[in-house]
Design a binder for this molecule. Structure first.
Ligand SMILES: NC(=O)c1ccc[n+]([C@@H]2O[C@H](COP(=O)([O-])OP(=O)(O)OC[C@H]3O[C@@H](n4cnc5c(N)ncnc54)[C@H](O)[C@@H]3O)[C@@H](O)[C@H]2O)c1
Length: 334
């Protein structure tokens, strides 16, 4: 069985999804749509699929949609999809503000359609095996969580203006991984900086360190950068009383080039290279959720919980205070 999926948004992320939906064993790319018809026509031509000129036509083309448009458009498109009875895979974050995100999540819940969000690390084979072993108790009690997400180069200024800000756009991935691997977070303390003046000009950050305290007593630290320069890095370490898990994989190849007194290895340059398998697996999982009617591993309530933690980080950064995460929100209630 394959699930027909219409794809909206054909930029950095949408192009990755277009290839994966078109080539995936569990999915078929029914049609593509982009606000720029030339982009839609080009991608459709490359993949040999139809393109449509409006989102309404996309919704008419398939029982499921994948939304990879700029963040500010996600909620409205999710609500429209739910109203049409379409299942939704939506890139993160669902919205730049909480109330709109809740409306979109509730619209999908009322319509009884699947809503999966683009927390791809929940589907990355390296993180998946670590999560399974932690959840099976092999690590013992978790004492320390550390994770790093650094882009090699920043996205373009137009993207940044509509990103929802550093914590909601970048740190949100790590906050979701923290909840998934360790458990609920009760305290957030964030520090941020704009090392590149271009970020300061638009009131955004390019560097941050976020300290977490988990409900189970563990501590966590997240470090993020928009421009690490040396390469793309995404790594996670979880220390426990019985074992420590470490996920790395910063290299493109498994060889070193050795010269006298020196060894060099190539590094990854972007998220598409590092998480290739995760982006394939998340859409396979989406198709599975649609076919079986089961809850996705990264659902709307997970998106909301991570959004709340990102908002807590934003507040902590702005006030210089540690933020206690509201208990009613900790449990994913809207
Ligand atoms: N999960 C991840 O690893 C990951 C990585 C990058 C981006 N993202 C998310 O994906 C989304 C898109 O990011 P991107 O980097 O691909 O952006 P982008 O700017 O590269 O691409 C956006 C595309 O959407 C099109 N578009 C704009 N408004 C539209 C509309 N109303 N309807 C249809 N098309 C529209 C644009 O023409 C463009 O082609 C963002 O929400 C971002 O947070 C997720």
């Amino acid at each position: 069985m394959t699930v027909d999926v219409g794809l909206a948004g054909l930029g950095r992320m949408g192009r990755i999804h277009a290839d994966n939906i078109a080539r995936g064993a569990a999915t078929r790319l029914a049609a593509v749509y982009d606000a720029d018809p030339d982009v839609a026509r080009t991608v459709a031509g490359e993949l040999g699929v139809p393109w449509v000129a409006t989102y309404k036509e996309l919704l008419d083309a398939a029982p499921a949609v994948a939304i990879a448009t700029p963040t500010g458009t996600h909620a409205e498109m999710t609500v429209a999809a739910a109203a049409a009875g379409r299942h939704v895979f939506c890139e993160k974050p669902i919205s730049m503000d909480r109330a709109t995100a809740v409306d979109a999540i509730e619209a999908t819940e009322r319509a009884g359609v699947v809503l999966q969000v683009g927390f791809h690390r929940r589907f990355d084979p390296d993180w998946v095996v670590v999560a399974e072993r932690i959840h099976a108790g092999e690590l013992g009690e978790v004492t320390l969580f550390r994770t790093t997400l650094r882009d090699m180069t920043p996205p373009n200024p137009a993207f940044l203006k509509n990103s929802g800000g550093f914590f909601a756009d970048v740190t949100v991935h790590d906050l979701d991984v923290a909840r998934w691997l360790v458990g609920e977070v009760v305290e957030v303390t964030a520090h941020g900086a704009a090392a590149d003046p271009a970020f300061a000009e638009i009131g955004d950050l390019d560097t941050a360190v976020v300290v977490l305290r988990f409900e189970n007593g563990a501590l966590g630290v997240i470090d993020n950068s928009r421009s690490a320069r040396y390469g793309y890095e995404c790594s996670t370490e979880v220390m426990g009383t019985l074992a420590t898990a470490k996920v790395d994989g910063a290299h493109r190849h498994n060889y070193e080039w050795r010269t006298p007194g020196w060894a060099s290895r190539d590094l990854l340059s972007n998220f598409g290279e590092r998480h290739r398998l995760a982006y394939v697996a998340e859409l396979e999982a989406f198709a599975h959720a649609v076919e079986t009617g089961t809850a996705p591993r990264a659902g709307g309530r997970d998106a909301l919980a991570a959004f709340d933690l990102a908002a807590a980080a934003e507040t902590s950064y702005r006030t210089g205070q540690t933020v206690t995460v509201a208990t009613e929100r900790k449990n994913d209630q809207p």
